[in-house]
Design a protein around this ligand. Structure first.
Ligand code: NAP
Ligand code: HSE
Length: 326
């Protein structure tokens, strides 16, 4: 049995979901994967805040204490680029494996962080950074490792999809955004969602995983110009409006587009509602593959984070077993 000690950085929507999910799944994970997962420290800004399922003795406001204390995996769920980047760099320097759901950080400085991690001999799990509970990164990295991906197209922002489908039901943009914020789907700065930047960051990560080519073109527009009138006109023709993100291989490199589009009812993305995401991957041998599921929210995202922690835990256990045999 391998004991994996976790330093959890951030205990907001996703972090508290992880604490709850781990409490629920710990025994099954031990029985199935032979890995005993233990949270050693939890970094927050405010230790006085009420937090369900959290052992308050684990809370700290000191990142140094959380990261430098003996642990195996640092799980970064703080969000943003500046502080989170400093924490991840420190974790790598301390030779900790890292799991993150932070697409803003990876889109801004992923190449540098992955190079640092390689040099330090540690890994970075990031499946939760794109499409929450939908295992898109896993499918691109492992399931399609034997095939050439040509394009990825989908709904990758839960907040925008929630707003657009609620607007179809007559709700205002402002009310729908407020509910998405209350349910924990939206970013701390929701402009990243509604202006398309969160989706663009995710597509940059997808492009880096799916194609071994640079991004040469990026067009990003969000959903602020989607009016109830446009939604109503589309509906008369049997169509819906969705924020569609795509990454496509061109002769020059990868082209990324994020924009609201009118989709007809036969499009596999048209029936995707609320905070759900859906992605259509086109590859040469497999053809078209569609993944769909919850793209945001505490538990779906925590499940993706936990899967990465288990993968790291079982991989390091296997390496140690080989070393013991050798
Ligand atoms: P959140 O609810 O805002 O939680 C952030 C947590 O980090 C809070 O516990 C906060 O402490 C702590 N924190 C923030 N700044 C800090 C700092 N400088 N130092 C120490 N602690 C700090 O965020 P979230 O929604 O869980 O998102 C976390 C990450 O997951 C983000 O990168 C986000 O993009 C990504 N993500 C979110 C979702 C989702 O559905 N929410 C889905 C996929 C990916 P306090 O609690 O004391 O304020
Ligand atoms: N704000 C993001 C969304 C969270 O709404 O999709 C999941 O990455």
């Amino acid at each position: 049995m391998k004991r994996v000690r976790i330093a959890l950085l951030g205990c907001g929507t996703v972090g508290s979901g992880l604490v709850e999910l781990l409490a629920r799944e710990r025994r099954r994970i031990l029985a199935r994967h032979d890995v005993h997962l233990v949270i050693e420290r939890i970094l927050v800004r405010d230790v006085a805040k009420a937090r369900r399922y959290v052992d308050r003795r684990l809370l700290t406001t000191s990142a140094v204490e959380a990261i430098d204390r003996e642990c195996d995996v640092v799980v970064e769920l703080v969000g943003g680029v500046h502080a989170a980047g400093a924490y991840v760099r420190r974790a790598i320097a301390q030779r900790r494996d890292v799991v993150t759901a932070n697409k803003a950080l990876l889109a801004a400085c992923g190449a540098e962080l992955f190079a640092d991690a390689r040099a330090a001999g540690v890994s970075i799990g990031f499946d939760a950074s794109v499409c929450g509970g939908v295992p898109l990164i896993n499918v691109l990295q492992r399931g399609l490792a034997g095939d050439s991906v040509e394009s990825v197209r989908g709904i990758v922002n839960g907040t925008c999809n929630f707003i657009l489908t609620r607007m179809e039901d007559g709700m205002t943009f402002v009310d729908a955004l407020r509910i998405a914020q209350e349910r924990g789907f939206a970013e701390a700065e929701p402009e990243f969602d509604v202006d398309g930047w969160d989706a663009a960051q995710k597509m940059r990560i997808v492009a880096a995983v799916a194609f071994d080519r640079p991004v040469v073109e990026e067009h990003v527009s969000g959903i602020r110009n989607v009016t109830p009138e446009w939604i109503g006109r589309a509906r008369l023709g049997g169509n819906v409006i969705r924020l569609v993100a795509s990454a496509k291989l061109t002769p020059f490199g990868v082209a990324i587009r994020v924009e609201p589009r009118e989709l007809d009812a036969n499009d596999p993305l048209a029936c995707v509602r609320e905070e759900n995401n859906a992605v259509v991957i086109r590859s040469r041998a497999v053809g078209e593959l569609t993944l769909t599921g919850k793209g945001a929210g505490a538990m779906p995202t925590a499940a993706a984070v936990l899967a990465d922690v288990i993968a790291i835990g079982t991989a390091t256990a296997a390496v140690r077993a080989q070393e013991a045999i050798a």
